[in-house]
Design a protein around this ligand. Structure first.
Ligand SMILES: Cc1ncc(C[n+]2csc(CCOP(=O)(O)OP(=O)(O)O)c2C)c(N)n1
Ligand SMILES: [Mg+2]
Length: 278
């Protein structure tokens, strides 16, 4: 079922394609969320091209690993990875956010092949993933459930209700990845409502905690593989990331949470993304 798992070098190349597709998609749609898509790009690439057992020809295959992008506004990164992995034709990327497109502004499980959970209302994804993981345990299936949440999203109380339940059910088939890019929509998380110390919080909820640089592909792969192999309870991977990573004028700038680049900005963004890999 897995494609040949990619090497770190191949994953780095693929992440360039994913970042290009994110920018092109949002530029064409003239709307969308580039910042949080780019911060998650390396993690999502590693999941779809090395870590997860998924089957693009049979998206609902019962033994597939499950993935939920709980920070659903960042779905361009999800769509780019699904298309690149072969879940649907890449031509759909040009229809992002259009009426009746399979690629809505927030991912819809009824519309997009490979999407197992509708997202967009922050704070829901961990609970949904937890249910999938618990179901897997009860039915003695060996799939793994992966959920990405935002750091701003960690302000939601429901995140911590789900966090309490994971160790209770010893869900070692369950991994949460926090995209800790330090920003939420209009400002830095620390200014709005600090969530730190995040690692200590998860530890206090009895999770195994791993911290990685979310843009160092070797660390991303090692962290995710460690999470998949850890037995006895769930793991949280705290990924230190940069919002807008790969496009200089977007990095760490709150405006690029939810704004589309114009034609000139798109040109610069694409040349920076491609140039970084040369
Ligand atoms: C329940 C809920 N409240 C508010 C919003 C509006 N909203 C969309 S994105 C966002 C900020 C999210 O920040 P973070 O989780 O850190 O995501 P990232 O930085 O990765 O974009 C907010 C408040 C929402 N989608 N859902
Ligand atoms: Mg954030």
């Amino acid at each position: 079922m897995p494609a040949q798992p990619m090497s770190v070098n191949e994953l780095e190349d693929t992440a360039v394609t994913i970042r290009k597709d994110i920018i092109e998609m949002i530029s064409t749609a003239k709307a969308g969320h580039p910042g949080g898509s780019l911060s998650a790009a390396d993690i999502v690439t590693a999941l779809y091209f090395r870590i997860m057992r998924v089957d693009p020809d049979n998206p609902d295959r019962p033994d597939r690993d499950r993935f939920i992008l709980s920070k659903g506004h960042a779905c361009p990164v999800w769509y780019a990875a699904l298309a690149e992995r072969g879940f649907f034709d890449k031509k759909h990327l040009g229809t992002l956010r259009r009426l009746n497109s399979i690629l809505q502004g927030h991912a819809d499980m009824r519309k997009t092949p490979g999407v197992d959970m509708t997202v967009g209302s922050l704070g829901q994804g961990i609970s949904a993933g937890l249910g999938m993981a618990l179901s897997g345990k009860l039915r003695k299936k060996d799939y793994h459930v992966w959920v990405i949440v935002g750091d701003g999203e960690c302000q939601e109380g429901s995140v911590w209700e789900a966090a309490m339940a994971g160790p209770r059910w010893k869900l070692d088939n369950f991994t949460v990845i926090v995209d800790k890019n330090r920003l939420q929509n209009d400002a830095f998380v620390d200014e709005v409502m600090p969530v730190d110390p995040l690692a200590e919080k998860w530890r206090a909820f009895n999770w195994n905690v791993v911290e990685i640089d979310g843009h160092d592909m070797r660390q991303v792969v090692d962290g995710l593989e460690h999470a998949a192999a850890t037995k006895g309870g769930p793991t949280v991977v705290i990924a230190h990331t940069i919002k807008g990573k790969g496009v200089s004028f977007m990095e760490n700038v709150p405006k690029w949470h939810g704004a589309a680049p114009n034609a000139e900005e798109t040109k610069i963004a694409l040349s920076e993304i491609i140039g970084a890999r040369k």
